[in-house]
Design a protein around this ligand. Structure first.
Ligand SMILES: [Mg+2]
Length: 191
């Protein structure tokens, strides 16, 4: 199957955190508390993907409250934190979501992501990923990690699935399919 064919079948978007949802910076205050910076465009992309019925999971080698708070804001409940073996974690994600690994995309940026990328259905690298990760990817984003790369992946997947107009219709019915949004389902708020 072509890369586009694999993208068309993706149901679960699985994300690394550092270097994908963030630019990889980890800031520590004087108390040792960690802070991260997340991009609202990525938040919007995740909200749109979920709103259109897609599933989202996050796999990270680190553990911290900042990512938990951010995912809570976005309604993402599938968090695998402190993961050493990301290939095993992505298999767990697929099993929990009730779909084959061929329907799971994984977005990574560095060497610990390679194993998960090898076994998922659609491996994606952010633009500033390690060369080995870019080489393993079926799709490389134009955006760097933490700068809208996840939002770009969502658009890429939805376009591959011929559903991008459904996303546009959430915000501008005139630009979409003309199909009215479901009752009570407002457009995703600023994410
Ligand atoms: Mg990373």
């Amino acid at each position: 199957m072509s890369a586009v064919g694999h993208a068309a079948g993706i149901r679960v978007l699985c994300l690394d955190v550092d270097g994908v949802l963030t630019d990889g910076t980890v800031a520590l205050d004087d108390m040792g508390h960690e802070t991260k910076r997340f991009n609202v465009k990525d938040g919007l992309g995740i909200a749109v993907w979920r709103r259109l019925g897609g599933d989202v999971a996050v796999i990270t080698g680190r553990a911290g409250l900042a990512v938990r708070h951010r995912l809570e804001e976005l309604g993402v409940r599938r968090l695998h934190a402190g993961v050493v073996d990301k290939a095993s974690a992505i298999a767990d994600v697929a099993r929990d979501a009730g779909c084959p690994l061929s329907q799971v995309a994984f977005v990574g940026d560095d060497l610990p992501d390679l194993a998960a990328m090898r076994c998922c259905g659609y491996p994606v690298a952010v633009h500033d990923a390690a060369p080995e990760v870019r080489a393993a990817a079926a799709y490389v984003t134009s955006a760097h990690g933490g700068h809208g790369a996840v939002r770009e992946v969502v658009e890429h997947l939805l376009r591959s699935q011929d559903r991008w107009n459904d996303a546009l219709a959430m915000f501008d019915p005139a630009a979409g399919t003309g199909r009215a949004p479901e009752a009570g389902s407002d457009r995703p708020r600023s994410a």
